[in-house]
Ligand binder design. Structure first.
Ligand code: C2E
Ligand code: MG
Ligand code: MG
Ligand code: MG
Length: 283
C-alpha cells in the first residue's frame, strides 16, 4: 500500500509539475506577443508625504491583462521574463512609458515629482545598460532627477560591478532606491558607501508595527539608521492609519500603500494628481 501511495504521490507531482510548466510556457509565449502588441500597461502608485498627505512621487508597476487569465501578477510573470531574457526589452518598455508619462504630466501642469521604476538584475548586467538609460532619458526629454531607479539589496551584492554601475547612474543625476529593504542579507552599513538616495522599508516590517508585540522595533531601528546614514526612508505597504501614526512617531515621513491608494491606471493617477494640485492651489 505504501508503495502504491508513493506511486500516486509521484504521479500527482509529475502531473502538477507538467501543468505548471505548461502554464509557464504558455505565459512565456503570450508575454512575448503582449509586448509586441503593446498589451501591457503601466500603473502608478502614489507615494505620500505622511505629514501633509501630498503626493511626492509615484512607482510604476507593470500590469498584464491576459485575455484568458485576467490580470496576471508581476510576481508570476516578472520571473518568467527574467529567465527568458524578455525582461530586457520589457524593462526598457516600462522605463520609456514611465518617463514619457511623467514628462507629459509635468507639461500638463501637474506637480513635478519623480517616477520610480523597478529594475531587474538581468537588465543591469546588459553591456549597454547605462546607454539605454541615457537614450530613454534623452528620447523622452525627462530630466534625470525625475527618474528614481529601484534596485534590491541582492542586486547590489550579486552583480559583479554593481558599485561602478550605481556610480555611473548617480553621475547621470537619477535617483537610486533600495527596494524591499530588510528582506535581503545586506546591512545598512554595507550600503553606506553606495550612492543611494533612499531605502524602502519592506511591507513585512510595516506589518509588524501592528501585528507584533515589539511594535515595530525593527522599523524604528531601520528608520534611525537610515537617517543617520543620510538616506531618505519610505515605508512600503501601509494599509492602516495606525501604521501611519507609528511611522511618523518614528520619524519616517514618506509612505506608500493601499491606505493611501492602490496602483492606479494612468487616467486615475492623473485624477489623483489633479486633486492634489487643487488642494495645493487653494492653500
Ligand atoms: P515592489 O517593487 O516591491 O512593488 C510593491 C508591490 O506591493 C506592488 O505589487 C504593489 O501593488 C504592492 N503594494 C503596494 N501597497 C500595498 C499594500 O498596502 N498592501 C499590499 N498587500 N500590497 C501593496 P505588484 O504591483 O504586484 O508588484 C510586485 C513586484 O513585481 C514588485 O514589487 C516588483 O518587484 C515587481 N515588478 C512590478 N513591476 C515591475 C517592473 O516594471 N519591472 C520589474 N523588474 N519588476 C516589477
Ligand atoms: Mg518597487
Ligand atoms: Mg518593494
Ligand atoms: Mg520588489
Amino acid at each position: 500500500a505504501a508503495k502504491e501511495r508513493g506511486k500516486n504521490t509521484y504521479q500527482f507531482y509529475t502531473a502538477h509539475l507538467m501543468e505548471r510548466s505548461a502554464r509557464k510556457m504558455e505565459l512565456e509565449n503570450d508575454l512575448r506577443k503582449a509586448l509586441i502588441k503593446q498589451e501591457l500597461q503601466v500603473y502608478y502608485q502614489p507615494q505620500i508625504d505622511l505629514q501633509t498627505g501630498v503626493v511626492i512621487g509615484m512607482e510604476a508597476l507593470l500590469r498584464w491583462p491576459h485575455e484568458k487569465y485576467g490580470f496576471i501578477s508581476p510576481l508570476e510573470f516578472i520571473p518568467i521574463a527574467e529567465e527568458t531574457g524578455l525582461i530586457v526589452p520589457l524593462g526598457e518598455w516600462v522605463l520609456r512609458r514611465a518617463c514619457q508619462q511623467n514628462k507629459q504630466w509635468q507639461e500638463e501642469g501637474m506637480a513635478c515629482i519623480p517616477v520610480a521604476v523597478n529594475l531587474s538584475a538581468r537588465q543591469m548586467q546588459e553591456e549597454n545598460f547605462i546607454d539605454m538609460i541615457i537614450r530613454v532619458l534623452h528620447e523622452t526629454e525627462l530630466k534625470p532627477q525625475f527618474l528614481d531607479l529601484e534596485i534590491t539589496e541582492s542586486m547590489v551584492q550579486d552583480i559583479e560591478n554593481s558599485t561602478v554601475i550605481l556610480h555611473k547612474l548617480k553621475d547621470l543625476g537619477v535617483k537610486l532606491s533600495i527596494d524591499d529593504f530588510g528582506t535581503g542579507y545586506s546591512s545598512l552599513s554595507y550600503l553606506k558607501h553606495l550612492p543611494i538616495d533612499k531605502i524602502k522599508i519592506d511591507k513585512s516590517f510595516v506589518d509588524d508595527i501592528i501585528h507584533h508585540e515589539n511594535q515595530g522595533a525593527i522599523v524604528k531601528t531601520i528608520i534611525d539608521m537610515g537617517h543617520n546614514l543620510q538616506f531618505k526612508v519610505i515605508a512600503e505597504g501601509i494599509e492602516k492609519e495606525e501604521q501611519v501614526q507609528f511611522l511618523m512617531e518614528y520619524g519616517c515621513i514618506m509612505g506608500q500603500g493601499y491606505f493611501f491608494s492602490p496602483p492606479l491606471h494612468s487616467k486615475e493617477m492623473k485624477k489623483f494628481l489633479s486633486q492634489d494640485k487643487e488642494v495645493l492651489e487653494r492653500t
